[in-house]
Structures are given as structure tokens and as C-alpha cells.
Design a protein around this ligand. Structure first.
Ligand SMILES: Nc1ncnc2c1ncn2[C@@H]1O[C@H](COP(=O)(O)OP(=O)(O)OP(=O)(O)O)[C@@H](O)[C@H]1O
Ligand SMILES: [Mg+2]
Length: 331
């Protein structure tokens, strides 16, 4: 379906996220987004199962004695068979401890973007900023994703995730400001001036950290914490619910770590900006009600070498990175 509708060979934006892979396209003067969970489950290969999955149009592939169900269908099957979904990526890059990682990411990307409609069709894909200046695992990740996309016929180029959010959400301020993507494996931060990155970094604490740490603190399963977080968590002070309290503690930990890292990076680099700059928050981890207010509270009184004109949430925070990658693909 993707390939025929994309026959004009227009540029494509791709967010290769730890938790979700999102594709953005321009069609009929509108932006269209499509997402798949970046996850899979492996089931035993019984002949009957395979034909049933095909009949039910479940995204799967037979791999010897196993059937691999990948993408958003994986969660449904994991729940049905009481198994954990496996994740091809960790902390923003291909998971080195998951032997199937590259093959699964390749399948999900191929399903979402399809082969290029014309040779050399442009595509930008997001890559994270290094956590502590060590770029080796990112270099391998970036080269692997590029190889997948080149194999599909695209002219693929990487775009830093934080800068993608600047491009996706900060046109009104001439692509000047601070963008933060609160994701699943990482939080990516970019301070840009006139679309040029001045400071970029990532913090290795985000949604997955909240789930696993909160789960450990109260002896729960991380998947249960994640479901609770996504379905009912909001910032409303201390409550009698221990799941809520554990999530609140680690949400604060993530926000504080990002603010601390921003203050530290700005103190070290001391960027000179003439005017107050806006700040935009994106990513799935910003979704709970009250996130913006909690962030503003934790930013208040912290020392930055420039003024912040406003802090706002991206209108649809889960699509900001893909939207920005699409802008980058057009440049
Ligand atoms: N409604 C929600 N409430 C709270 N958290 C949510 C909600 N929806 C998604 N999340 C969380 O957001 C995270 C995924 O966000 P996002 O899709 O921005 O990450 P990603 O781009 O896949 O990861 P990364 O950028 O770290 O590689 C997950 O931790 C998920 O649990
Ligand atoms: Mg992301």
C-alpha cells in the first residue's frame, strides 16, 4: 500500500525509536504518519498457526522452527500467550544482546516504508545523540539502519533526534530554541540557532527507566508499570496508590536528570544567544496530564546563560521526530 501511494517518490521522514518506529509522508498537502511498535514475539511454528496468522493478516514471518510476529501485533500476541515482547533496540540503538535485533528492525522498516518508488528517493532517519561523548554504538546503529534503507533503494541520511524535533516543531521561531524528546530509551536534547545545532546530547533515562525502576521498587513487572503509566498515570501529587507513587518518583528522576544535564552542558559551552528562546517538549513520555507543569516546576530557578521565552508541549508529541525527519528529507 505504501509504495503505490508513494509513487511520486516524495521525500520520507523516519523516526527509528526504541519503542516505536514512525514514518511521515506528505500527501495531498497533508502530513501522514504511520507507526509500528518496535517489538516482536517468537512463537513455535505449527503449520496451522501460520495459516491462521496469514488469514488474520498478522504481520509475521516464518523463520525455521519459529514464527516471528513483529510490530504492533507483537503486544497482542504477547498478552495472549503470556510471554514478554522482545525489543530489538535499547537506549536508542540496536540492542547488542538481542541476536534478532537487526532482522526484526529490517522487517518493521520495510513494512512501514516499502521499497523506494524511484531510485534515490530521499529519506531522513533519526539517530540519537551520544550519551557521554562515546559514539561507537551509534555509528554501528546508524550504519546498519542506513544499509537497510539503501537496500530498499532510498538515499538515506541521518538526522539527530533533538534537531529533528527543532525542525518539526520550531518553524515559528526560525528553528531557534531548545527541543527535548522524552522517549523510551533516551531523552534527546538539542539547542539550535537558525536550524544549526549548538548543543546536542542525550540522557540515558526515559520511559523504560521509569518502568523498570518503578517496578523494581515495588516488586511489580515492568510491563504492568508501563500499562499503568500509559493508561492512568498523571501528575497529581502523592496518592494512596503505590504504582502511582513509584512512577511519580522515577518520572521526577528523569525530568531532574534532563534539567541537570541541560544546565551542565550550557555552563560548559556557554552558548551566546541574543534573545530569549522557546523550549518544546516532545516524545511519548510527555503524555501524562501535568507533565509540562512538572517540568516547568523543576526548571524554575535553575541557572541558564540565556532566557527562556516559553515552554510548551508539541501538539502531538509522539510524531515530532518523524515530522522533523520529513522536514530534513525535504532540505
Ligand atoms: N499515554 C502515555 N503516557 C505515558 N507514557 C507514554 C504514553 N504513551 C507512550 N508512553 C511512553 O513513551 C515512551 C515512548 O515514547 P517515544 O515513542 O517518543 O519513544 P521512542 O522514540 O520509541 O524512543 P527513543 O526516542 O528513546 O528511542 C514509552 O516509554 C511509552 O511507555
Ligand atoms: Mg524518539
Amino acid at each position: 500500500m505504501n509504495t503505490t501511494e508513494d509513487s511520486a517518490g516524495q521525500p520520507v521522514g523516519l523516526d527509528v525509536g526504541t519503542s516505536r518506529i514512525v514514518v511521515a509522508r506528505n500527501r495531498d498537502n497533508k502530513q501522514h504518519f504511520e507507526a509500528q511498535l518496535n517489538a516482536f514475539v517468537s512463537l513455535p511454528n505449527f503449520r496451522l498457526t501460520e495459516s491462521l496468522l496469514t488469514e488474520e493478516k498478522v504481520f509475521h514471518e516464518v523463520d525455521g522452527s519459529k514464527i516471528v510476529v513483529a510490530g504492533s501485533d507483537a503486544q497482542r500476541f504477547a498478552d495472549m500467550f503470556h510471554v514478554e515482547v522482545r525489543r530489538p533496540m535499547r537506549s536508542g540503538v540496536l540492542n547488542p544482546d538481542e541476536p534478532e535485533s537487526l532482522a526484526v528492525v529490517q522487517r518493521i522498516i520495510a513494512k512501514l516504508v516499502g521499497p523506494a518508488a524511484k531510485e534515490g528517493q530521499r529519506l531522513s532517519f533519526s539517530v540519537p545523540a551520544p550519551v557521554g561523548g562515546e559514539g561507537d554504538d551509534i555509528a554501528y546503529h546508524e550504519a546498519s539502519i542506513r544499509q537497510i534503507l539503501t537496500g530498499l533503494g532510498y538515499q538515506a541520511s541521518p538526522i539527530n533526534e533533538g534537531l529533528a524535533v527543532v525542525l518539526g516543531e520550531m518553524a515559528a521561531s526560525n528553528y531557534t530554541g531548545i527541543a527535548i524528546s522524552f522517549g523510551s530509551g533516551l531523552c534527546n536534547v538539542c539547542l539550535a540557532a537558525l536550524s544549526l545545532p549548538v548543543i546536542t546530547f542525550s540522557v540515558p533515562k526515559a520511559g523504560d527507566f521509569i518502568d523498570t525502576r518503578a517496578a523494581k521498587a515495588i516488586g511489580e513487572l515492568a510491563t504492568r508499570m508501563r500499562t499503568h503509566k500509559e493508561q492512568s498515570f498523571q501528575f497529581n501529587g502523592v496518592s494512596a496508590d503505590r504504582l502511582h507513587n513509584a512512577l511519580a518518583v522515577y518520572y521526577d528522576d528523569v525530568i531532574r536528570s534532563v534539567v541537570d544535564a541541560l544546565v551542565l552542558n550550557c555552563a560548559q559551552r556557554h552558548p551566546k544567544l541574543e534573545h530569549p528562546v522557546p523550549m518544546v517538549l516532545s516524545g511519548g513520555t510527555t503524555m501524562p496530564k501535568g507533565f509540562l507543569e512538572q517540568f516547568e516546576k523543576m526548571l524554575r530557578g535553575r541557572e541558564l546563560p540565556f532566557q527562556i521565552s516559553e515552554v510548551r508541549l508539541a501538539p502531538d508529541p509522539r510524531y515530532s521526530t518523524a515530522r522533523g525527519a520529513l522536514v530534513a528529507a525535504h532540505i
